[in-house]
Design a protein around this ligand. Structure first.
Ligand code: NCD
Ligand code: ZN
Length: 344
């Protein structure tokens, strides 16, 4: 059995780096492991202009001094978003992609899109210029059970969208269901999905084990075990439509551990250790490099990274907490042993 593995430097195709003190506390974790990251635009206020995205990019670069790390920026789509602004941002190399949050689906999504047909002119423009649409694939209809919101989104929104705009490049972010996996597999090569470390490791029982566990609460929420197993199978299968996106989403301990706690799992500190442990358990370590370092870049039409990272088969205990300014953060795997250590 391999004792160390060296991979082409991976990329994180979905991360929340936040802003201010939180950005300073979390960005280094992502920059240590990943060459590039697709940075989510759900700040307060959301990143809707080229200027806001290029200013935010500068703040990220200042928060990761000396790191071999390039933040790739995204635009937050709203009902009023201007197609010219999106296309200009893409042409100027500021907006790599645009993110669709159905209004009310998740953290800071209240400015999101209320009906996808309202932004068809923008999506048609994106299709024409080959700009990827990144989708938070959950319906917000309160009549739909929270565990069904992704599967219902496929029928109500995603399938009609692809019928109307068959050439649009779309990433179904943080896929969590067997239905989502099957949908993406069956769609054309312009449709892909990201998979988080946590959805490969926890099912919905983890959220309620011995009491309510706010640090396992994220959106889309973890599903039943058979869905987790479907994600593990496809992630480790070598199918290039499925690639790494952590959805690392830090919230302070105070905002997680409260009567109405925030959704989001902070997995950046041990992201590659977590994925490596999972791929190893599945006997598929040789499939990790494609998933982590190749398929995403190819989908986005970007060059592969030049550097490498090394992981070693050596157990270590994950830290319980990290500080973030005056706040504290609990990482995914807090206090647990991980089988793989990040060397450099
Ligand atoms: C994300 C956040 O906190 O910004 N939360 C989460 O549970 N994943 C938003 C999101 O990606 O849904
Ligand atoms: Zn996210």
């Amino acid at each position: 059995m391999a004792e160390t593995i060296t991979l082409r430097r991976p990329d994180d195709w979905h991360v929340h780096l936040r802003d201010g003190d939180m950005l300073k506390a979390v960005a280094g974790h992502t920059a240590r492991q990943f060459g590039r990251a697709i940075v989510m635009p759900n700040l307060v206020p959301p990143v809707t202009t080229v200027k806001a995205a290029s200013d935010y990019r500068l703040r990220i670069v200042s928060a990761t001094p000396g790191a071999d790390f390039t933040p790739l920026m995204t635009a937050y789509l709203t009902d009023q978003i201007d197609a010219d602004e999106i296309a200009r941002g893409h042409a100027e190399g500021v907006f790599t992609a645009a993110k669709l949050y159905p209004a009310g689906a998740t953290t800071n999504s209240e400015h999101g899109v209320t009906d996808i047909r309202k932004i068809y002119p923008v999506l048609e423009r994106m299709q024409a210029i080959g700009m990827p649409l990144l989708v938070h694939g959950e319906v917000t209809d309160p009549a739909v059970d929270i565990f069904d919101r992704e599967a219902v989104f496929l029928d109500r929104v995603f399938a009609p969208l692809l019928a109307d705009l068959p050439g649009l490049k779309v990433v179904m972010e943080h896929v969590t269901t067997r239905e989502g996996v099957e949908f993406v597999k069956a769609a054309g090569p312009n449709v892909a999905a990201t998979i988080t470390p946590h959805h490969l490791r926890i099912n919905r029982n983890a959220i309620f084990e011995g009491g309510i566990r706010p640090h396992f609460y994220c959106l889309p929420i973890a599903k039943r075990e058979d869905h987790r197993l479907a994600l593990r199978r496809v992630a480790t299968s070598g199918n290039p439509k499925f690639f790494l996106g952590t959805d690392s989403a830090p919230h302070s301990v105070a905002r997680k551990e409260m009567a109405c706690g925030c959704a989001g799992i902070f997995n950046a500190p041990y992201a590659m250790e977590s994925y490596a442990t999972t791929f190893d358990e599945e006997g598929a370590l040789e499939k990790l490099e494609g998933f982590a370092s190749e398929f995403g870049a190819r989908f986005y039409g970007l060059p592969l990274n030049a550097g490498t990272i090394t992981l070693q088969r050596k157990a270590f205990a994950a830290r319980e907490r990290f500080s973030a300014g005056a706040d504290e953060l609990v990482p995914f795997h807090a206090g647990q042993a991980l089988a793989w250590t990040f060397v450099d």
